[in-house]
Write a protein that binds this ligand. Structure first.
Ligand SMILES: [Zn+2]
Length: 400
């Protein structure tokens, strides 16, 4: 079945499906008025298309982007943290909230207790909202299980939710999210036991950790990453959210695909990332929701780093799965231009997930597209929370 989108303002038109940095990050390759022909789920022609198709959408100069790619979420969880958030707003210290059973461990308890069907349903609902906001590819991390069985349970729920999603769900094994019980035993059990169980059922899946004071130390994170790499896993790491502990440099040395957060990163970290293939994943909804602290996106962009933007959708620090909201926050908080934020939320994010077939509007690419009721793509970074696409296409099918 063929589909023709006629007369659109096409973003990332005929762009290579490769990470963009420096001048290429700034250039969103906009074709002011182009047609896009789709056949068999793929884009086959971009430019002036002669002839018709089984179905034609007249874009009338509206903006057509690649389907947005959210490369960092925790969209699989149960329970609510809204009471805790309200207590925090009224001045209750975070340590007191933790002592009262709040924080990440409350999400771990609720997620472990939810059961497979409920977890699939909760995740699917969130994925549906993300799709309606223009996101066609979503990474979803485990990490609220902590034990081998509970982590596998989360990964199975993520896979089941992904099977019912018209776009693509990419699972990530966030094995080093927190420490439960005695640190040395927990770290050893994760590296020696949980990782092996995940490797057996999900070979090659990206392995992630949260390296921070009070969570996984640099030494433990490096040990987990080194073993995961030896088993053939892609490496990603949450680092420098509150403290720059040296993990960025270690991640670059280990050849990690991405370093995510970076609110506390300094010049040395920025230089290390910019000189590497490791992508900087900015998560500015955290700054918006928690504390007004943002990664230095402008400095990373000017230094030539590969930058992606993601929602980090989770109950504690990012209560939104909207990529337009994340891109708007990246513009205001991290100093990216709107066009840089679009590149960071499409082709660069796809590269973080190892997907070289999307994130661009180029012949051969998967026909994941979003048509927006705007005539200037910069509105995607300018508007706050009120922008949704009129059409979302996944593999050439109109999904919503
Ligand atoms: Zn995260």
């Amino acid at each position: 079945v063929s589909l023709l989108i006629r007369g659109a303002r096409v973003v990332l038109a005929n762009a290579p499906a490769a990470p963009r940095r420096g001048a290429a990050l700034r250039d969103a390759m906009v074709l002011p008025c182009g047609d896009v022909l789709i056949e068999g789920g793929r884009i086959v022609e971009v430019g002036s298309v002669r002839g018709g198709a089984a179905r034609v959408i007249e874009a009338g100069g509206r903006v057509l982007t690649p389907g947005l790619v959210d490369c960092h979420t925790h969209a699989c969880w149960a329970g609510s943290r809204i009471d805790e958030w309200e207590r925090k707003l009224t001045g209750v210290p975070y340590l007191e909230i933790l002592k009262a059973g709040g924080g990440i461990m409350s999400t771990v308890r609720a997620t472990r207790g939810a059961g497979h069907a409920a977890l699939v349903e909760l995740t699917s609902k969130r994925l549906g909202r993300m799709l309606r906001a223009g996101t066609t590819t979503v990474e979803v991390k485990s990490g609220y299980g902590l034990t081998g069985d509970a982590e596998l349970g989360m990964l199975r729920a993520i896979a089941a939710a992904g099977a019912g999603f018209p776009g693509t769900v990419v699972p990530t094994a966030l094995l080093g999210h927190a420490i439960e019980g005695e640190e040395r035993a927990f770290v050893a059990g994760t590296i020696g036991g949980t990782l092996d169980a995940v490797h057996a059922e999900f070979p090659g899946i990206a392995v992630d950790a949260y390296c921070e004071t009070g969570a996984w130390s640099v030494a433990s994170t490096v040990a987990l990453m080194a073993r995961a790499r030896s088993l053939g896993h892609v490496l990603r790491v949450h680092t420098d959210q509150f403290n720059a502990l040296g993990m960025v440099q270690e991640a670059v040395r280990l050849g990690a695909r991405s370093v995510d957060h970076l609110e506390a990163s300094g010049d040395g970290e920025i230089e290390a990332i910019a000189g590497s293939e490791t992508a900087a994943v900015l998560l500015p909804i955290c700054g918006m929701h928690l504390d007004g602290r943002y990664a230095r996106g402008r400095a990373l962009a000017d230094a030539g780093a590969v930058i992606a933007v993601a929602t980090n959708h989770n109950p504690g620090s990012a209560p939104s799965g909207s990529m337009p909201v994340a891109m708007g926050a990246a513009v205001r908080g991290c100093g990216l231009t709107a066009r840089e934020a679009i590149v960071a939320g499409t082709v660069n994010a796809a590269w973080v997930l190892g997907l070289g077939d999307r994130g661009v509007v180029t012949p051969g690419a998967r026909a994941d597209l979003a048509l927006w009721d705007i005539d200037d793509e910069r509105e995607l970074g300018y508007r706050i929370g009120d922008l949704a696409p009129s059409h979302v296409m996944c593999g050439g099918e109109i999904a919503c």
